[in-house]
Design a protein around this ligand. Structure first.
Ligand code: GLV
Length: 325
């Protein structure tokens, strides 16, 4: 009997391709640029499973051309590249990779927070440009204290809590806003208090976004919300592009309405609102929350395990459309 066919939509680690190849007939995308929809559909024809990244759109139009598809394993925790409802309707199992990237993404959130607070990217550019001439200037390159400050986290899921855990070493007060309250024991452990969003915006020195994307949180932070923040505050977005209204944030940063921002995710990425480029008070990174070798490998292995289980008739560990369990 011939092996089921699996498509890997982007380049992944060779050991993952090798492991999948033991069970499936595997096709890969060695060019490693996302396929246009027609090309993706052409490659997917006859496949039972697909491994996708956040750049690979799985929507109704694609599914209509993939009648053999049984499982979509996203190599990400976020699912906004996938029309999960459309998959469910067709009986296609969808999985993601929660858990394995929590700590790495929390590390990046902190790297960004610290970089913006202490103006690391600006300082690096200043040194490289040869502007560092005097050696010690009392009022040059002044940043914001992190220790003892108030950190407001919007989205207190697994990653939000991993970020909060790191703040205890900085003696920070944590405010959080989340759909539901986290267990009281975790609030105590993290020194975290649940507050309304406006209260969090008004009181926080750092506002950190870690909500999963859905249309309900599109432009969760725009001009109105930024106006509620302290002028000295810093906004950190490690959630998803579109959670922040980029144009509004750029205007606010230009006007000095808040002190700074550190952004890993952008509306329409990898295209960028050009307004960001001239801003000295913004630290910009190219969606690298989970980008360490160990974590990216763990994500690929998790996705491969999910796909294998789904195609072999076992319950995938990270099934998203639970109605298909
Ligand atoms: C990355 O952004 C992810 O959702 O895993």
């Amino acid at each position: 009997m011939s092996k089921p066919r699996v498509l890997i939509a982007r380049r992944v680690f060779p050991e993952v391709v090798e492991a999948l190849s033991a069970r499936f007939e595997v096709a890969t995308n060695e060019v490693d640029t996302p396929w246009a929809p027609e090309e993706f559909a052409r490659r997917l024809a006859g496949c039972q499973g697909v491994l996708t990244t956040i750049m690979d759109r799985v929507d109704e139009a694609l599914l209509a051309k993939a009648p053999d598809l049984k499982a979509v394993a996203n190599i990400a925790v976020g699912l906004n590249n996938i029309d999960v409802a459309a998959c469910t309707k067709r009986g296609i199992r969808v999985t993601n990779t929660p858990g394995v990237l929590n700590e790495t993404t929390a590390d990046l959130a902190w790297a960004l927070l610290m970089a913006a607070a202490r103006r690391i990217a600006e300082g690096d550019a200043y040194v490289r440009r040869g502007d560092w001439k005097i050696g010690f200037e009392m009022e040059a390159n002044l940043g914001t204290d992190v220790h003892g400050a108030t950190l407001g986290i919007i989205g207190m899921g697994r990653i939000g809590q991993a970020i909060a855990k790191r703040a205890t070493g900085f003696d920070m007060e944590i405010l959080y806003h989340n759909r539901s309250r986290i267990p009281e024991a975790d609030e105590k452990r993290l020194n975290a208090t649940r507050v309304e969003r406006d209260d969090l915006l008004a009181r926080s020195d750092f506002v950190l976004l870690m909500v999963p994307y859905s249309p309900a949180v599109h432009h969760l932070i725009g001009a109105v919300e930024i106006a509620k923040m302290k002028r000295t505050a810093i906004l950190v977005n490690t959630a998803r592009g579109g959670v922040v209204d980029d144009a509004a944030l750029i205007e606010a940063l230009k006007a000095g309405r808040i002190a700074g921002a550190a952004i890993d995710v952008f509306e329409g990425e990898p295209k960028l609102n050009a307004g960001y480029l001239g801003l000295r008070n913004a630290v910009l990174t190219p969606h690298v929350g989970s980008a360490t070798r160990a974590t990216r490998l763990a994500m690929c292995e998790t996705a491969a395990a999910n796909l294998t289980a789904a195609l072999e008739g076992r319950a995938p560990p990270n099934l998203v459309n639970k109605e298909l369990a």
